[in-house]
Design a protein around this ligand. Structure first.
Ligand code: FES
Length: 176
């Protein structure tokens, strides 16, 4: 597959570049533009970002691989990052993760065959007071989970509904 930015993407990247004295500083937001466009930043997309910013590929690769929020391979439409760090673990994070595995028929780290869901087990997402919790595709936090709640969350997402549980909107860009 050949990856190309749209004219709108290129204009957005130019605007981002104009904000900074050095083009290297535009790497993170340019990678977000790329991830929003393609759903991931695999090595071909990293190359495209490097060419667009006229930076070495090694630099863009280094940034992309440092942050787990940048997906280095294709993911499901919904990426469920279930926290199992201490607070979430003590409040039943593994019960939530196991129920999600059962419901989706996959293990943590895998993607469903229909490409709808990727399930991940992740470290603390900084919302320990709402444990156990998960994050959906680098965006919404869904808090105070139970095994029953994650089942209905998955059903809601499959049906195209917005989950009705307590959430915190994160100021990150939404992945299409
Ligand atoms: S331990 Fe889960 S958000 Fe901190």
């Amino acid at each position: 597959m050949k990856y190309e930015f749209t004219e709108d993407d290129l204009q957005e990247i130019e605007k981002i570049k104009a904000k900074y004295p050095e083009v290297k500083a535009a790497t993170l937001p340019a990678l977000w533009v790329a991830q929003n466009r393609f759903g991931h930043v695999n090595s071909d997309v990293q190359k495209l970002v490097a060419e667009t910013l006229e930076l070495p590929e090694a630099h863009v690769h280094g940034v992309a691989t440092f942050y787990t929020q940048y997906y280095k391979e294709e993911k499901g439409k919904f990426v469920l990052d279930v926290c199992t760090c201490l607070s979430c673990q003590l409040c039943g994070g593994y019960d939530v993760l196991e129920r999600a595995e059962e419901k989706l028929g996959i293990k943590a780290g895998e993607t469903t065959d229909d490409g709808m869901f990727t399930l991940n087990e992740v470290e603390c997402l900084g919302a320990c007071g709402y444990a156990p919790m998960l994050q959906i595709t680098n965006d919404k936090y869904v808090n105070n989970l139970t095994p029953e709640k994650i089942e209905s969350l998955i059903e809601d997402l499959k049906a195209g509904k917005t989950p009705e549980y307590e959430q915190i909107e994160m100021p990150l860009r939404k992945v299409k």
